[in-house]
Ligand binder design. Structure first.
Ligand SMILES: [Zn+2]
Ligand SMILES: [Zn+2]
Length: 137
């Protein structure tokens, strides 16, 4: 708890705050060009400013990149301790993305070694299936 509070105080630049606010408001994965047009009214006009802010926010664990969609989503766990080790479930039908927070899975992955002895320090996993609300239709 104390750690979480300290982590929340990681300072963000003005641009990073604007970009993070926008992504958090959307509540679903959002592509860079949508972010770009969304933050224009807040005074960020140059694409490099947005890309730089996105890179930093990923580094700080505030947002994650959904590689298969080339989009960005706010961290749902709250400042991931391991921003480069994340897992998501993605619905094939409605494309809803949920960040997976399963300690058993993370423990398995951090203990896992491949045949060449490589330990996985980072991963960006995406699991595909059908979510409950799509199954109900
Ligand atoms: Zn996260
Ligand atoms: Zn669905």
């Amino acid at each position: 708890m104390v750690n979480a509070m300290i982590k929340n105080q990681i300072s963000l630049s003005k641009n990073q705050k604007i970009v993070l606010d926008y992504i958090q408001k959307i509540k679903k994965p959002v592509k860079a060009y949508s972010i770009l047009s969304g933050v224009k009214k807040s005074g960020i006009n140059a694409p490099p400013q947005v890309y730089r802010a996105l890179d930093k926010l990923i580094e700080k664990g505030k947002i994650h990149k959904i590689e298969s969609q080339n989009s960005f989503i706010a961290c749902n766990i709250g400042d991931c301790a391991t921003p480069h080790a994340v897992a998501f479930s993605i619905c094939n039908q409605c494309e809803i993305v949920t960040e997976i927070n399963d300690q058993k899975l993370f423990k398995y992955l951090s203990d896992f070694k491949d045949k060449s002895g490589v330990n996985f320090k980072g991963y960006n996993l995406e699991f595909f299936g059908v979510c409950d609300s799509c199954k109900a239709i």
